[in-house]
Design a protein around this ligand. Structure first.
Ligand SMILES: [Zn+2]
Ligand SMILES: [Zn+2]
Length: 54
């Protein structure tokens, strides 16, 4: 079992690619951060380098 499954964060403007195992799950989607999962309620991005979502 060495398969690492990754996918893009479900946040539209997010560029992050995340490991599904470590993703924040919400409504069946996978997000890179709690901010993304919550829809950026405070306008804060995920805080990951190079990502300007939020
Ligand atoms: Zn991001
Ligand atoms: Zn985001």
């Amino acid at each position: 079992m060495s398969t690492v499954t990754t996918m893009k964060c479900a946040c539209e403007s997010c560029l992050c690619v995340i490991e599904i195992e470590k993703a924040i799950k919400k409504n069946g989607k996978n997000y890179c951060s709690q901010n993304c999962a919550d829809g950026h309620p405070n306008g804060n991005g995920c805080g990951h380098a190079g990502c300007e979502c939020g």
